[in-house]
Design a protein around this ligand. Structure first.
Ligand code: CAO
Length: 572
């Protein structure tokens, strides 16, 4: 075993950079390439990994310390032969950090065997005026970074930018850096978006306006150092190339860079993987820095319901209809944006007010309820014959009885037998309703409405039919009052007058079940000896699995079928 000193390697022109995160402590076993600490300048943060496997004996830096190339970071206990071989490597390579007894692999260079970074040389001043007109801004030489993700886009088309103003932030798993514009002008077109992977030379933006090519006496960026290409060889201004990471303004570490939460690249990566909005996480690290523990704590709070993300609050508030949501609060990928006009003529029409309201409710109910639908058929041959004869008998009354009125009565009987279908969830409790108010979906020119037949258990088929007719007419005329649409304990959605076989209706929360009914048809039914032509009614019962189980749903449907098959059972 041997103790070796781990020192800050060549980190380019960064000197006196603050230690903002300690990722290890004495006693920790670290692997080669494992990050030890995070340092940060005003434009970039980077993690300093260990070049060796071993056990941390002693930390030589504390949070907030300023370090530069060669600063002692920690003492590491390593296997003796490992120490010797590393010494050899370190000595073989032209020393980027001559004083280092053991070089730590640079976050940017990632390999200790890389040739050394170019000495920090001021980039050449190039204040040559550039003719006005479109100018291409490209990713500069960012060293060994390949396919780095754009994690932030700070400008948009139409924005005026100054030379050296940051345009985007890119991030690898070890470092993040801002890419500034090397020229002043107006952003005409952005060529990258969040999540894009970029490489040196990729086109970032088209800039318009009189501009001045890259800036004088700026220090060579860390990213450029990483390429080990002397500054003199850096891409010239054939096209306007954004210069690299620049230290032009004083950095206040208590304030995150514009739009960029104050966290190290690995923490940001961790947050991205979990879908955590870092801007909402309170940092408990040095000067408000967000640590991985903060991200974990935030995630736990969201999962336990203790807090809601801003996106979740916004989507709950606006509860947009159908395609109106971008799914952000759910961590979903964004809603596809398609220019339909590209494929043919189109016309845009706003959704009706009712569609917007019902859409928002349907969306919430579809997402939040673990719903299951049971399909079944029931024999209504005799009931239909009774309905037809009843209507004939009462022709003069002006009241026409449809199957829906019988369905309402049959459902009330089933709800009485299986009361959980007539309940609502209230936290961890169920509210069993002692009343039977049945909603029925009504198709209106403005969209779906659900009038409610109150106290259906106390009403006869004629009264229910009469009320249904009145309420359906009011719904179609847009004259339903709020009281006529609220208070349902169970809902029926009948498409029987239209057609179809089965469907999966969406539960009308806070109810826990809904019955969908389609058009009855004559079907051959085996009676044990022969096929008989029977009028079969397709049923689709959707239920909330938090409250109801599949067996109960099957029993409900069977019982409903028995009643509709022989309505006398309702008296039993
Ligand atoms: N099988 C066969 N025929 C049926 C039937 C069924 N299950 N249900 C109704 N019918 C018949 C009726 O007997 C009537 O026949 P006649 O014209 O010969 O008398 C015809 O279909 C039309 O009935 P209706 O629809 O006017 O009356 P209803 O009581 O069945 O329904 C109402 C009333 C308001 C519910 C209905 O008009 C309606 O709006 N339905 C659409 C509901 C809806 O949109 N649901 C989907 C919600 S999810 O988006």
């Amino acid at each position: 075993m041997a103790i070796i000193e781990i020192k800050v390697p060549d980190i380019g022109d960064f000197s006196d950079v603050a230690v903002i995160e300690l990722l290890v402590k004495p006693g920790d076993t670290v692997k080669a390439e494992q990050s030890l600490l995070t340092v940060e300048s005003d434009k970039a943060s980077m993690e300093i990994p260990s070049s060796h496997s071993g056990v941390v004996k002693e930390l030589k830096v504390a949070l907030g310390d300023k370090v530069s190339e060669g600063s002692l970071v920690l003492l590491l206990e390593v296997a003796a032969e490992s120490s010797a071989s590393h010494q050899a490597v370190a000595q073989a390579a032209p020393a980027p950090a001559a004083a280092a007894s053991v070089a730590v692999t640079s976050a940017a260079t990632t390999s200790a065997t890389n040739p050394p970074a170019a000495p920090a040389a001021p980039a050449q001043a190039a204040t040559t005026p550039v003719a006005s007109g479109p100018l291409e801004v490209r990713v500069p030489d960012i060293g060994d970074f390949h396919d780095v993700a754009v994690i932030e886009v700070m400008v948009k088309p139409g924005d005026s930018v100054k030379a050296e103003q940051s345009l985007i932030t890119v991030e690898s798993d070890k470092a993040s850096m801002e890419i500034p514009s090397s020229a002043a002008g107006v952003i005409k077109e952005l060529k990258v978006k969040l999540g894009d992977k970029v490489n040196m030379g990729d086109l970032l933006a088209i800039l318009e306006g009189t501009a001045v090519a890259a800036v004088a006496t700026v220090q060579a960026p860390v990213a450029e150092q990483a390429t080990n290409v002397p500054a003199a060889q850096a891409p010239a201004a054939a096209t306007l190339v954004a210069s690299g990471v620049l230290a032009t303004t004083a950095h206040n570490p208590t304030v995150a860079p514009i739009g960029l939460p104050h966290a190290s690249p690995s923490v940001r990566k961790f947050a991205r993987e979990l879908g955590v909005p870092l801007a909402e996480v309170k940092g408990t690290g040095l000067k408000g820095r967000i640590t991985d523990h903060d991200v974990q704590a935030f995630t736990r709070s969201v999962m336990s319901g203790a807090i809601q993300t801003v996106a979740a609050q916004a989507s709950a508030k606006s509860a947009p209809a159908s395609s109106g949501t971008d799914g952000a609060g759910l961590g979903l990928i964004p809603w596809p944006k398609v220019d339909f006009a590209k494929f043919g003529p189109v016309e845009r029409k706003e959704l009706s007010r009712i569609k917007k309201i019902s859409g928002a409710n349907l969306l919430r109910n579809a997402i939040m309820i673990p719903a299951v639908t049971n399909h079944d058929d029931c024999d209504i041959t005799d009931l239909e014959a009774f309905r037809v004869s009843t209507n004939k008998e009462n022709e003069k009354s002006g009241v026409k009885v449809t199957m829906l009125a019988f369905l309402i009565k049959a459902c009330v009987a089933a709800l009485k037998k299986y009361p959980e279908f007539n309940s609502s969830l209230d936290g961890d409790a169920l509210i069993y309703k002692q009343y039977y108010h049945i909603g029925f979906a009504a198709d209106t020119p403005n969209g779906l409405m659900v009038p409610v037949i109150k106290d259906a258990d106390k009403k006869g088929i004629f009264q229910i039919s009469t009320e249904m007719g009145e309420l359906a007419k009011k719904a179609r005329d847009g004259k339903l009052g709020p009281a006529e649409m609220t208070g349902a304990s169970f809902t029926i959605s009948s498409l029987g007058g239209i057609g179809g076989r089965y469907f999966t209706p969406i539960i009308n929360a806070p109810e826990v079940a809904i019955l969908g009914v389609c058009r009855s048809t004559i079907e051959p039914v085996w009676d044990g000896k022969a096929f008989q032509p029977r009028l079969m009614l397709p049923l689709s019962l959707t239920w909330d699995h938090r409250v109801i189980d599949g067996a109960a749903a099957a029993r409900f449907n069977v019982y409903l079928g028995q009643i509709l098959g022989d309505f006398r059972r309702i008296l039993l």
